[in-house]
Ligand binder design. Structure first.
Ligand code: BG6
Length: 481
C-alpha cells in the first residue's frame, strides 16, 4: 500500500513571533504596561531572568520609563515596521504568520469595562497586510504576558477572577477578528507556568517549594479552564475557526537502560504532557491526580470545571521544539534533569546558548504526539538562536540553514510515518528580543535587525543567506532543502 511521501500541498510554512518580543511601542495608543515589560535583561547569556520578579524589582520597574534595562519595551519596533516586515515574509512565500495579541493593548488594565479601540486597530492593520499577501494568521492569545495591573491586584493567574477577564478579552478579539482568522492558540508553552512569573503573572514570594508548586498548579488550573472556555466561545462565535493548545514539548531520554531511569523518564514525560492531555483529552490524567495527592497539592475546582474541560477540548495540538533532555533517577525514583537545565546528552551538539540540538528527536516527538492525541499537529516554534555577523550587508548563516534543514527533513520523515501535520512556523523569522535573556544578540531570524543589546542601531532590516534558502524551501514545498 501507499503512504505519503511529501509535504501536503496545503502545508502551512511560515514563522512565529510574540508581541512582547517584537512590537515595542510599550506606552503608546492607550496600551497598559505588561508583565513582560518589567523583566530586566539577564546578567549573562546562560542565565534566564524571566522569573526573577518580586515586589521589590517590580517597584523598581514601575518607577522608570527608561527602556534600557527592559528590552521588551522596545522590541524591534514592529509596531511601526509591520508593513515592511510582512512584505519581507511575503517575499519568502510565507503561507502563515504566527503572532500574539498583547492583551494590554486591548484591555490596558485587564479588568477594564471597555476595550481600547486604538489597540484593536493595530491588529486590524496587521490582518489587512497579511490578507494582501494571502498569508494566514495564527494568533496566540496569551504569549508570556498580561497587563501588569493583574499582577498588582490579583497576583496574576493564582486568582480565579482572572478567568473572567481573560474570556472578556477573548470574546472581544474573536468578535472583532474571528471571521478573518482560522487558527488560534490559547496559552503559549502553558507547561512553563510551573516555572513562575513569566507565565502566571504571580510574583516571587518567600514560599517553600511545596507552597510554590501548589500556587503554580492552581494558576495553571485557572488557565486550563480559561482555555476551554475560550475554545467554547470561538466555536460559538466563529464556527470555521480552530483552537489549538501549545506546549513546550521536551522529549526526554533515559540516561541508561536501567528501569529506574526509564521509569523516571516516563514520569518526567507525563508531567510535561499533562497540559496537552487536559487540553486535548479533556480531563486530568490519573498519573497527575496521584502526583498531586503524593505532593499534598490540592487543586481548588468549581463544581463544573471538570465538565467544562471535558466539553471543550482543542481542535489541534501545537508545540515548540528546540531540544531534548536526558533524565536520570534519584534513588527515590524521582527524576532529575527534565528541563532546559537537565542532563546532557553526549551524542548531541549544542547551540551558542547551550541548547542541545536533536533533529531526530523531532520525528520521535511528532510520532508520539500523534499516537497520543490523534489530532492534527502543528510545529509552531523551532529554530536556532545564534551570534550572527553582519558584514558588507550580508549574513552568512549556514549554521542556521543546517539546523533548519535537518529538522525539516525529520518532519518529512514523520509525515511519511503517517503523522498529520498542519504546518511549521519556525521561531523568530526576524531577529527579536530573546524571551529568556532579553538579549538582542541571540538571533533566530532570516532577517537581520540592526540593533544591539543596549538598543543602539538603525533597526534596518537585512536579508540573511537563510532568507533565500527558506524562500526556496517554501517554493518547492519542502523538496529543495
Ligand atoms: C519559546 C518561547 O520558549 O522559545 C519564545 O515561546 C522564545 O517566546 C523561544 O523566544 C526561544 O527562547 P529564547 O529564550 O531563546 O528567546
Amino acid at each position: 500500500t501507499d503512504y505519503p511521501k511529501e509535504f501536503p500541498a496545503d502545508f502551512l510554512w511560515g514563522g512565529a513571533t510574540a508581541a512582547n518580543q517584537i512590537e515595542g511601542a510599550w506606552n503608546v495608543d492607550g496600551k497598559g504596561l505588561t508583565t513582560a515589560e518589567v523583566v530586566s535583561k539577564a546578567t549573562n547569556k546562560k542565565k534566564m531572568s524571566m522569573d526573577d520578579v518580586d515586589q521589590e524589582s517590580l517597584n523598581l520597574a514601575l518607577n522608570t520609563s527608561l527602556v534600557d534595562n527592559y528590552p521588551k519595551r522596545r522590541g524591534i519596533d514592529f509596531y511601526h515596521h509591520y508593513a515592511e516586515d510582512i512584505e519581507l515574509f511575503a517575499e519568502m512565500g510565507f503561507k502563515v504568520f504566527r503572532f500574539s495579541i498583547a492583551w494590554a493593548r486591548i484591555f490596558p488594565n485587564g479588568d477594564d469595562r471597555f476595550p481600547n479601540e486604538d489597540g484593536l486597530k493595530f491588529y486590524d492593520h496587521i490582518l489587512d497586510e497579511l490578507e494582501k499577501y494571502q498569508i494566514k494568521p495564527l494568533i496566540t492569545l496569551s504569549h508570556y504576558e498580561m497587563p501588569i495591573a493583574l499582577t498588582q491586584k490579583y497576583n496574576g493567574w493564582t486568582d480565579r477572577r482572572v478567568i473572567d477577564m481573560f474570556t472578556r478579552y477573548t470574546e472581544t478579539v474573536f468578535t472583532r477578528y474571528g471571521k478573518r482568522v482560522e487558527y488560534w492558540l490559547t496559552f503559549n508553552e502553558i507547561n512553563t507556568a510551573t516555572w513562575g512569573f513569566h507565565a502566571t503573572g504571580a510574583l516571587d514570594q518567600d514560599l517553600s517549594s511545596k507552597e510554590q508548586l501548589q500556587l503554580r498548579y492552581q494558576a495553571i488550573h485557572h488557565q486550563l479552564v480559561a482555555s476551554a472556555l475560550a475554545t467554547k466561545q470561538l466555536h460559538e462565535l466563529c464556527p470555521n475557526a480552530k483552537m489549538g493548545c501549545m506546549l513546550a514539548r521536551m522529549q526526554t531520554y533515559p540516561a541508561t537502560p536501567n528501569p529506574i531511569d526509564v521509569q523516571a523518564t516516563q514520569i518526567a514525560d507525563q508531567k510535561n504532557l499533562f497540559f496537552s492531555d487536559v487540553q486535548a483529552r479533556g480531563e486530568y490524567p490519573e498519573f497527575m491526580n496521584r502526583y498531586f495527592a503524593e505532593q499534598k497539592i490540592k487543586i481548588m475546582m468549581d463544581p463544573d470545571d471538570q465538565q467544562i474541560l471535558a466539553q471543550y477540548p482543542v481542535d489541534f495540538v501545537s508545540f515548540s521544539y528546540y531540544m531534548t533532555t536526558v533524565t536520570q533517577s534519584n534513588q527515590d525514583g524521582t527524576a532529575v534533569g527534565n528541563m532546559a537545565t537537565g542532563g546532557r546528552n553526549p551524542y548531541l551538539e549544542e547551540s551558542d546558548w547551550g541548547w542541545q540540538i536533536d533533529p531526530i528527536g523531532l520525528r520521535i516527538t511528532l510520532n508520539e504526539m500523534w499516537d497520543r492525541y490523534q489530532k492534527p499537529l502543528f510545529v509552531v516554534e523551532n529554530g536556532l538562536g545564534a551570534l550572527d555577523k553582519l558584514e558588507d550587508g550580508k549574513v552568512h548563516d549556514n549554521y542556521r540553514i543546517d539546523y533548519l534543514r535537518q529538522h525539516i527533513q525529520q518532519m518529512k520523515e514523520a509525515i511519511k510515518d503517517g503523522v498529520n501535520l498542519l504546518g511549521y512556523t519556525m521561531w523568530g523569522p526576524i531577529d527579536l528580543i530573546s524571551f529568556s535573556t532579553s538579549e538582542m544578540s541571540k538571533r533566530y531570524g532570516f532577517i537581520y535587525v540592526a540593533q544591539d543589546d543596549q538598543g543602539n542601531g538603525s533597526l534596518q532590516r537585512t536579508r540573511k543567506d537563510s532568507f533565500y534558502w527558506y524562500q526556496k524551501v517554501i517554493k518547492s514545498n519542502g523538496e529543495d532543502l
